[in-house]
Design a protein around this ligand. Structure first.
Ligand SMILES: Cc1cc2nc3c(=O)[nH]c(=O)nc-3n(C[C@H](O)[C@H](O)[C@H](O)COP(=O)(O)OP(=O)(O)OC[C@H]3O[C@@H](n4cnc5c(N)ncnc54)[C@H](O)[C@@H]3O)c2cc1C
Length: 298
């Protein structure tokens, strides 16, 4: 029996909650309103022995065709606090990164512009230290508050978070939920200048990325010291390569598009083919940027 005071949906489709529009259903799905409900749901999963998954805006996940067992917490509509506190900016985990960037711009602080084009949430953004155009979230991050499965709320400073290229300490603790983050407002600049810069970056992004929004952005991380993953994949002739309805973009070879009814199995087959070819040709092991659920969390 599920407690009646908590709204939990059963066998709820997850594909519509992801940008790729791929994947099966969640055995249980809850949309917590606040941190108290988040903690209540984490406790429920813990007590029942259910696997626990977090989902922000679903822009960096590939959900298995079989769906997810246990409980999925959909966080894109929760923890939406966004406020200035003196020299700092506090953002709840569910705040969309473009909103964070626009808010900082309105306050007249630079350093967040590149986040304006990243369609994810602050919580997932911290976990992966997202970034673009030579800027990343770590640059302005001061500390975060994380809820652990034992329901401790712990504070982690930027050094403890060990932020690197698309990585942080949190990758080792997939069941730690980022609840809130604090950023430094360090670089005052004229609002119009920041907004113009943001506009330029968004325009450049539109030119280099495919128009089809059904993707997860870059599928693979750029290999350290090597050419960008997109270039390696392009040079091997993968642009346009298709497995079922999963297709390597003709515009940006590190994007795989859902051209209709692509399945997770088709995307994985295409990714495996790419990794295999890059390895055999260059001896470079392409590392995934996209998170596979449930595999990466169980
Ligand atoms: C068109 C497009 C362009 C993109 N461009 C960029 C780019 O330029 N740079 C870049 O870095 N990324 C980019 N991305 C990838 C993606 O937007 C980011 O990785 C983003 O941070 C994912 O956020 P999300 O809320 O969608 O996370 P989800 O995809 O929902 O989740 C990703 C992972 O984070 C975990 N998670 C979610 N919320 C929390 C939380 N509160 N606490 C702990 N873990 C959590 C999930 O369990 C999952 O493992 C792009 C994606 C798309 C579709």
């Amino acid at each position: 029996m599920i407690p009646s005071n908590i709204n939990i949906l059963e066998n709820h489709p997850l594909a519509p909650l992801t940008t790729w529009k791929i994947g099966g259903a969640a055995r249980y799905l809850a949309m917590p309103r606040d941190l108290e409900e988040v903690c209540g749901l984490m406790r429920l999963a813990y007590d029942r022995g259910w696997p626990l998954f977090f989902l922000g805006r679903g822009s960096n996940v590939l959900i298995a065709d079989q769906g997810l067992p246990g409980l999925t917490l959909y966080l894109a509509r929760s923890l939406l606090k966004l406020e200035r506190q003196g020299e700092y900016l506090r953002a709840g985990a569910g705040v969309p990164l473009p909103r964070l960037a626009r808010f900082a711009a309105e306050l007249g602080f630079s350093g967040f512009e590149s986040l304006a084009g990243i369609p994810g949430t602050v919580g997932a953004g911290v976990r992966l230290n997202v970034g673009a155009d030579g800027q990343n979230l770590a640059a302005a991050l001061r500390r975060v508050w994380v809820a652990t499965p034992q329901l401790h709320l712990i504070e982690l400073g930027r050094t403890e978070l060990a932020l690197g290229y698309r990585s942080s300490l949190l990758l080792q603790f997939p069941h730690w939920l980022v609840a809130e983050a604090e950023f430094e407002l360090r670089n005052p600049a004229p609002r119009e200048m920041i907004q113009a810069r943001m506009g330029e970056l968004l325009q450049a992004r539109r030119l280099r990325q495919p128009a089809n929004p059904r993707s997860c952005g870059s599928v693979f991380k750029n290999p350290p010291g090597g050419p960008p993953a997109g270039k390696l994949i392009d040079e091997l002739g993968f642009k346009g390569r298709r497995v079922g309805d999963a297709q390597v973009s003709g515009k940006h070879a590190n994007f795989i598009l859902n051209q209709g009814r692509a399945t997770a199995a088709q995307v994985k087959a295409l990714m495996a083919e790419i990794q295999d070819r890059v390895w055999h040709t260059h001896h470079i092991a392409l590392d995934r940027e996209v998170v596979f659920l449930p595999e990466d969390l169980i």
